[in-house]
Design a protein around this ligand. Structure first.
Ligand SMILES: NC(=O)c1ccc[n+]([C@@H]2O[C@H](COP(=O)([O-])OP(=O)(O)OC[C@H]3O[C@@H](n4cnc5c(N)ncnc54)[C@H](OP(=O)(O)O)[C@@H]3O)[C@@H](O)[C@H]2O)c1
Length: 332
């Protein structure tokens, strides 16, 4: 495994992190989840990402049990707050009340007394940013959280948070967690430059586009049995990318991966890690073998001509519009 600093912060994380959205507490059974976490640890992965809302809290519980017995200070555990965790009007968003309550619940479910990174899962237009930043800062002072970050915030939202934190003397955000892959590059024009200026690193999610960049979904064919596309919850999310024109373009990567001596998944994970503003790629897995496959992308360098041929192969299947970085206009 290779390690990188989380933005300009002093925290070092594994450049491949393991995340449990869709899988733990939902798509896969506890035993399979534990096997994937074991495989991640065996690959040298030390960074684990989850969220309060994944599988209504079950994902944090499963991860907490799977990591039990590991040396806590050798791990970096990341969680998030924003999406609904219950039916109540205050069980969502980035109000002081919800941030404080949800952090306590995450710590209990994960079986730990601190989070390495606590992330605002989206921007909350219904809460003053001052209130959110102050609540996060309090958690840092209390030792419940080491660092704070955000997820899918727009460039101007990141910049406002940094300016406000400096004016108020509060802890600064150190990271952003956006979707980023060969197919989804919307952070490149605005979010990445703003993050570089502000000292934030990207912890990117869905680096293999939820499985699409493995090439296992073929144009005009049924999705393979047991894949995310066939899962009730996962299927809803992946369907946005499962378009025949995209799948046809992805198949053009197969000879490029072969030539580079990489699997398709390794090529996709290695591709996001070529961006030096990326602190880590968070991989998901439904089976331990996938963790072993994808983690082998650590430290891989792709040369310029290969990068150019990837662009040529994917053509207009690549999303580049920065306007695609959005948070819900109203609290969900
Ligand atoms: N901040 C946010 O809003 C946000 C949003 C989404 C995700 N995330 C984070 O990012 C993490 C990763 O997201 P993701 O799961 O979408 O990432 P991903 O790595 O792009 O996709 C993972 C899925 O692809 C399939 N797969 C993985 N490796 C494979 C291989 N070698 N061969 C064939 N299939 C393979 C598996 O699904 P099947 O086997 O079921 O097909 C696996 O669950 C999440 O767990 C979460 O921590 C954050």
């Amino acid at each position: 495994m290779e390690f990188r600093h989380l933005g300009n912060s002093g925290l070092v994380i594994s450049e491949i992190a393991y995340g449990n959205w869709i899988t733990h507490g939902s798509q896969i059974e506890e035993e399979g989840a534990a096997a994937c976490v074991r495989a991640a640890l065996d690959e040298g992965i030390t960074t684990f990402d989850t969220a309060d809302a994944y599988a209504q809290g079950r994902a944090e519980e499963v991860l907490g049990r799977a990591l039990k017995g590991e040396r806590r200070d050798g791990l970096e555990i990341l969680s998030k707050v924003f999406w609904p965790t219950g039916p109540g009007k205050n069980d969502r968003g980035l109000s002081r009340k919800h941030i404080v309550r949800s952090c306590e619940d995450s710590l209990r479910r994960l079986g730990t007394d601190y989070l390495d990174l606590y992330q605002a899962h989206r921007f909350d237009y219904a809460t003053p940013l001052e209130e959110t930043l102050r609540a996060f800062d309090d958690l840092v002072r209390q030792g419940k959280v080491c660092y704070i970050g955000v997820s899918e915030w727009r460039a101007e939202e990141i910049e406002r948070a940094l300016t406000l934190a400096d004016e108020m003397g509060l802890d600064r955000i150190v990271s952003n967690q956006p979707q980023y892959s060969m197919l989804h590059r919307v952070i490149e024009p605005e979010v990445v430059p703003a993050s570089r200026r502000g000292g934030l690193g990207q912890i990117v999610f869905s680096p293999i586009a939820q499985g699409v960049l493995t090439g296992k979904y073929k144009p005009g064919q049924e999705a393979p049995a047991g894949s995310r596309a066939t899962d009730e919850t996962g299927g809803r999310f992946i369907s946005r990318v499962l378009k025949d024109d995209v799948l046809e373009r992805v198949q053009r990567l197969v000879p490029l991966a072969e030539e580079a001596g990489l699997t398709m998944a390794q090529l996709a994970v290695a591709w996001v890690l070529q961006n030096d503003n990326v602190s880590a790629a968070i991989i998901g897995a439904s089976r331990p073998e996938q963790v072993g496959d994808n983690a082998a992308a650590a430290g891989v360098r792709l040369d310029e001509s290969l990068m150019a041929r990837i662009d040529e192969a994917l053509g207009d299947a690549v999303q580049r519009d920065p306007a695609l970085t959005v948070s819900p206009p109203q609290r969900p």
